[in-house]
Design a protein. Structure first.
Length: 194
């Protein structure tokens, strides 16, 4: 008869640590580090996933050459409240898009959009808040979160079955001179192709 020993506590712990638990621990460690004074702490793992998606959208979008000045950074701009905090800064730190460094610019409710290649619109309590109104026709990829109540984005985050997903309005992207890759369109839960 074989000698059957109960598993050690360490082995039991290793078996219970799944990838999501490990990811949560790593994110908690990142979030516990000192954050820049301009950034708020992220609200949740959901926001961390959205911050990662935000950065990862860029390689699947083509901008007109004039919209990407040589030598300058690729600017991800945030309007309204910043739901990502230090997490977005960590996601882009040391990264490059099309050979350019990546910068995060927090604009508040109505900061200057000059030099922005991507604009995420968060919530705002301002009564006249219209984050995308002034960029109609400009080659700026607009992104929002369904939870923020901001309409008119080319890409909008949605939650489905507890997972972060996104919808794409490719018609709006084309109207602003942007081309979204079929690979990204294929990952969207819905695509408006009017």
């Amino acid at each position: 008869m074989d000698d059957v020993r109960p598993p050690s506590p360490a082995r039991t712990l290793r078996r219970t640590l799944t990838a999501p638990v490990v990811l949560c621990c790593v994110l908690a460690l990142l979030m516990s580090q000192d954050a820049p004074a301009t950034a708020q702490q992220p609200a949740s793992l959901e926001q961390a996933v959205k911050a990662s998606f935000l950065f990862k959208f860029a390689p699947f979008v083509s901008w007109p050459a004039a919209a990407q000045p040589q030598g300058g950074p690729f600017n991800i701009c945030l309007r309204g409240e910043d739901p990502f905090g230090a997490t977005l800064d960590e996601v882009v730190r040391g990264q490059r898009i099309s050979g350019r460094s990546v910068s995060v610019r927090r604009l508040g409710d109505n900061g200057n959009l000059g030099g922005c290649q991507m604009l995420f619109a968060g919530r705002s309590t301002a009564t006249s808040y219209a984050p995308f109104a002034e960029i109609d026709g400009q080659p700026i990829l607009t992104v929002s979160d369904q939870k923020s109540g901001v309409d008119g984005a080319m890409i909008q985050f949605v939650m489905q079955n507890g997972r972060v997903r996104f919808q794409i309005d490719s018609t709006a992207a084309r109207a602003n001179g942007l081309t979204i890759s079929s690979k990204l369109l294929g990952m969207a839960v819905s695509v408006d192709r009017r």
